[in-house]
Write a protein that binds this ligand. Structure first.
Ligand code: ADP
Ligand code: MG
Length: 559
């Protein structure tokens, strides 16, 4: 099924700060069009331009500027337009993707995740809830459905698994001719109802916040990719068929330039890496847009190299952009004049994404095919390994080369070490594909326990009744938002468990790690004993309570 990337633009409300500053709105929404006027006091625009409006047309233009207006597009409207069809296609066996693009504060997370208020859920939780609702309605006993979930974050070109308890190490992105790009060792958790997915989402989000605080990362600079994998098995007339479809839901990093966000020092140095995924996404979109808007015979089409591999994000989203996926882009913009330049840049981006053609297929018997191909390749590689070739028993595997015929007919020499690596990769992929549902459930349980323990060790608590985001624990003493990140928009809580909680810098082994320059390796200690919390300042550390530097120990009665 060939189809264009669907592009929707959503305009957020003017916020209270902007209202206080009497901010001027430069956006008008007319049907599916967005009209942008130049700011009145703009010095850079010439008088002639100022009177003109720039007009952009999209598949959908959502006016979410005023909740009281008739035109207001709320969360439900977006789900009805973009989510319902997506689920329909998911059950038909297609892969799909929704990604939110826009500057920080323009409404990406609001659109994707939403808030806890009734009717304010974003598109991710609604899709998850509806996916399970539909599975529950499935009338046929011959059909069985299973759902697996993964959640990862890309920060400065490194991939972190948000559902695994091991936060310290970064995962490797690999590519295999049979499977395409994938993240090695990313956990895929088996889930059987919406509540479980909700729990995973909030734990993943909590891990995101924790990692940020501990690693001095800016909240708006990471990309989050949440994936649902639906496997439908059907037993009909003695025949088993299987359809596997994947939904990728992506909340991208803020699209504004680093210069504007005031990054300095380490952040600025990281800036290039941080923006690599976004700038490559821009290049991928424009290469695809150019390719897909020229005639198929043109030299352009044949020459275009799409730079997917230049960044982790685009490599992983390869299928979603110009490949086997039905893809929707939601571009979020701010209505006010101060964001005029960023808004225009977002709209231009969105405008070129409209031209991208995807080629989605029904993924029938996908696993079986892959296992077969992997098996065939493994046999071939094994034969190559044992073939005499030009190998010399005294040289290392790296020096021994084996000829392999490439698909274009040319002969390439590949080292035996590379073949060995490839064989290992193959066996691992096959093993993962052959896991039974029971084995997957067992892994899920183990990872879940490890994750809860890891969060508890950090003193992080997730409120099960209020699963999106975190809430402050009422009965337990805690510290809130220790992050120096001014853009941190979530609540981050460190509870002070009974006993000792230490606080120190990133090089320490303390439970609470802080990154500010004045934080010492051993900075202070909290003791929670019989409802009384004491804070002790360690030698040379500066600890201030209500504006007063404390000398050694201060006690609080927590009750
Ligand atoms: P981003 O993820 O793009 O940085 P957020 O989603 O965090 O931006 O939005 C910034 C603020 O604006 C949040 O407080 C959010 O609740 C609010 N907001 C964004 N879009 C809307 C909307 N359509 N309706 C109501 N509030 C919104
Ligand atoms: Mg956000």
């Amino acid at each position: 099924m060939n189809g264009r990337v669907v592009v929707a633009v959503r305009v957020r409300p003017i916020n209270s700060k902007e209202r206080e500053a009497d901010a001027e709105s430069v956006i008008q929404i007319d049907g599916n069009q967005i009209l942008v006027s130049s700011p009145k006091d703009s010095k850079s625009t010439r008088r002639k331009d100022a009177a003109e409006k720039k007009i952009f047309a999209f598949d959908h233009a959502y006016d979410s500027t005023n909740a009281d207006s008739m035109a207001y597009a709320g969360q439900e409207r977006l789900y009805l337009d973009l989510g319902v069809g997506l689920l329909e296609k998911t059950f038909a066996g297609y892969n799909s993707c929704i990604f939110a693009y826009g500057q920080t504060g323009s409404g990406k997370s609001y659109t994707m995740t939403g808030t806890n208020a009734p009717g304010d859920q974003g598109i991710i939780p609604t899709i998850c809830a509806q996916l399970f609702a539909r599975i529950a309605e499935e009338p046929s006993a011959a059909m069985s459905c299973s759902v697996e979930v993964s959640y990862l974050e890309i920060y400065a070109e490194k991939v972190r698994d948000l559902l695994s308890s091991n936060n310290k190490f970064h995962l490797r992105v690999r590519e295999h001719p049979v499977t395409g790009p994938y993240v090695e060792d990313l956990v895929r958790l088996a889930t059987s109802n919406y509540a479980q997915v909700q729990q995973l989402l909030s734990e993943g989000n909590a891990r995101r916040s924790v990692a940020r605080t501990n690693m001095n990362e800016a909240s708006s600079r990471s990309h989050a990719v949440f994936s649902l994998i639906l496997t439908q098995r059907q037993h009909l007339a003695g025949l088993d068929t299987e359809k596997v479809s994947k939904i990728s839901l992506v909340d991208l990093a803020g699209s504004e330039s680093v210069a504007k966000s005031g990054a300095t020092g380490v952040r600025l140095k990281e800036g290039a890496e941080i923006n690599r995924s976004l700038s490559t996404l821009g290049r991928v979109i424009s290469a695809l847009a150019e390719r897909d808007s020229s005639s198929p015979q043109s030299a352009m089409v044949r020459k275009t190299v799409v730079p997917y591999r230049d960044s982790v994000l685009t490599w992983l989203l390869k299928d979603s952009l110009g490949g086997n996926s039905l893809t929707t882009m939601i571009a979020t913009i701010s209505p006010v004049a101060t964001n005029y330049e960023e808004t225009l840049s977002t709209l231009r981006y969105a405008d070129s994404a409209k031209r991208i053609q995807n080629h989605a297929m029904i993924n029938e018997d996908h696993n079986l095919k892959m296992i077969k191909e992997l098996q065939a390749e493994l046999t071939f590689l094994r034969a190559k390994m044992t073939s005499t070739g030009i190998s010399n028993p005294t040289s290392s595997l790296d020096d021994q080369c084996v000829p392999i015929i490439a698909p274009d007919g040319s002969t390439q020499y590949i080292s035996k070490q590379e073949i060995a690596d490839r064989m290992e990769q193959n066996s691992k992929l096959m093993q993962e594909m052959n896991l039974t549902w029971e084995q997957k459930l067992a892994t899920t349980k183990r990872v879940q326990l490890e994750r809860e323990q890891a969060l508890a060790d950090l003193g992080i608590q997730i409120d099960n009744l209020n699963p999106i985001g975190l809430t402050t624990p009422r009965k337990i003493p805690h510290l809130i938002n220790l992050s120096e990140d001014p853009l941190l928009d979530e609540l981050l809580i460190y509870t002070l468990k009974p006993g000792i909680t230490r606080c120190g810098n990133l090089a320490s082994s303390a439970e609470i790690k802080l990154s500010a320059p004045s934080v010492l390796k051993d900075h202070c200690v909290f003791r929670n004993v019989d409802g009384i919390v004491t804070i002790e300042s360690l030698p040379e550390a500066v600890v201030v309570v209500n504006g007063q530097r404390i000398q050694k120990v201060v006690a609080f009665n927590y009750e």
